[in-house]
Write a protein that binds this ligand. Structure first.
Ligand code: ZOZ
Ligand code: NAI
Length: 342
């Protein structure tokens, strides 16, 4: 990742974002995506303010950034560890943290939101920030599945509002989807496209449709994988343990035999993962990816798709996914999801 100069000077147009220099970036939400976006923005010379709800969370965000930068530095400065340390220090210094979003946006050219995948919470946030951010400031959401139009409707700057959808892990994934609504100005879109390039990413443009490009294709594939596996899971044991956790045992013998016979169908999650890696060339299988992304995010995404298109069976929910989320098994971030992680 290059430590490059990073000014974006806009051209001569008449919109409110004329001559915006995207120099100061505020990222709201310091989880896996917000921390990754902050890292990449700081690595390309931007001044970054990372906002979350508590100092403890923000400490973890900085640890995430340092951990990822160590991996970058290990490769970049393999024979010069001291230069690697200096590289990390310089980038981390470009990131300041805050729990006060309203103050943080006041000196900001661009606000990128990467908080919980919930329309109401995102709208509340942007509605508050809209009153305090300078008029030239562009707002962008990193939402995976919600409508940018719906989120932007909580503000009075719909011409300066777009989607900026990064991929996980942000440091490694080269793509950014830039999403415009009918109200987004061309200057705003150009600014977001240019900003993505300055970050060293390849931007693609997409209209404000469910899942944009990548998730519209990836999410149905992941849900099909879960359903394929779920069909092999003993549904009667599964349902009884889910709905009546205290009355799970003893299971009558006949039911147990029926359950074991059910287990022989379809495929294991391990084999589905191997299949998609070796047979389709995916870097991670769908269950590995679900654990990596976070099962709470996958669940929120599929629910948002279902809300927009209730009759589409591709967007049906999964009892198994819902159960894991209800148990707090969210994947790598909590130590267990479809798999156990040490
Ligand atoms: C999807 C349906 C649900 C959607 C829900 C919403 C989600 C969204 O809205 C959009 C999304 O982000 S979808 C997810 C997109 N991401 C992917 O598909 C990732 C797939 N995995 C990969 O590309 C590689 O496994 C990956 C690059 C991660 C790792 O590479 P490898 O497999 O070769 O494994 P490693 O040995 O761990 O890594 C090799 C080297 O890569 C570097 N690296 C990896 N992670 C890094 C990170 N986080 N930061 C910095 N460097 C990193 C690193 O150099 C590493 O070498 P070591 O450090 O020596 O291990
Ligand atoms: N996990 C993934 O692979 C991807 C997620 N996304 C999207 O990015 C967003 C964030 O996802 P993750 O980083 O995975 O989630 P996460 O759960 O790791 O992080 C979210 C962070 O936002 C903070 N937060 C929640 N409400 C807040 C508020 N009102 N103000 C400030 N901070 C607040 C939380 O404390 C948490 O640290 C979601 O919209 C998600 O759909 C997009 C691409 C990939």
């Amino acid at each position: 990742m290059a430590f490059a100069a990073s000014q974006i000077v806009r051209g001569f147009s008449s919109s409110a974002v004329r001559n915006v220099v995207i120099k100061n970036v505020t990222i709201i939400g310091g989880g896996q995506m917000g921390a990754g976006i902050a890292q990449v923005a700081a690595s390309t010379g931007h001044s970054v303010t990372l906002v979350d709800t508590s100092d403890d969370i923000l400490k973890k965000s900085i640890k995430l950034i340092e951990g990822s930068l160590k991996r970058v530095a290990k490769k970049k400065f393999s024979d010069k560890p001291e230069a690697g340390e200096e590289f990390i220090k310089k980038i981390v210094q470009k990131v300041s943290t805050s729990t006060d979003a309203e103050s943080a946006v006041q000196g900001s050219d661009l606000v990128v939101e990467a908080i919980v995948e919930n329309l109401k919470i995102k709208q509340d946030l942007f509605s508050r920030l809209d009153k305090l951010a300078p008029s030239h400031t562009i707002f962008a959401s990193n939402t995976s599945s919600l409508s940018i139009c719906d989120i932007a409707s909580s503000t009075n700057r719909q011409d300066r509002f777009g989607g900026l959808h990064f991929f996980n892990p942000v440091a490694m994934m080269k793509l950014v989807e830039v999403i415009g609504t009918p109200a987004t100005s061309q200057d705003t879109l150009d600014s977001l496209l240019d900003f993505s390039k300055v970050l060293g990413k390849t931007p693609v443009s997409c209209k404000d449709t469910s899942g944009f490009i990548v998730n519209r294709l990836l999410v149905p594939c992941m849900m099909e994988a879960i359903r394929l596996y779920e069909r092999g899971v003993c549904t009667c044991c599964f349902y009884s343990s889910f709905k009546h956790p205290s009355s799970f045992s003893p299971i009558p013998l006949t039911l147990l035999i029926f359950c074991f016979s059910n287990l022989s169908g379809d495929a294991s999650k391990e084999d589905i993962d191997i299949g998609m890696k070796l047979g389709a060339g995916y870097p991670m299988g769908p269950f590995e990816l679900a654990d990596y992304v976070g099962l709470d995010i996958v669940k929120a995404v599929i629910e948002a798709f279902k809300t927009k298109d209730p009759k589409n069976p591709l967007f049906d929910s999964s009892d198994l996914l819902n159960k894991l989320v209800a148990e707090g098994k969210l994947g790598i971030k909590t130590g267990e999801g479809f798999y156990k992680h040490k």
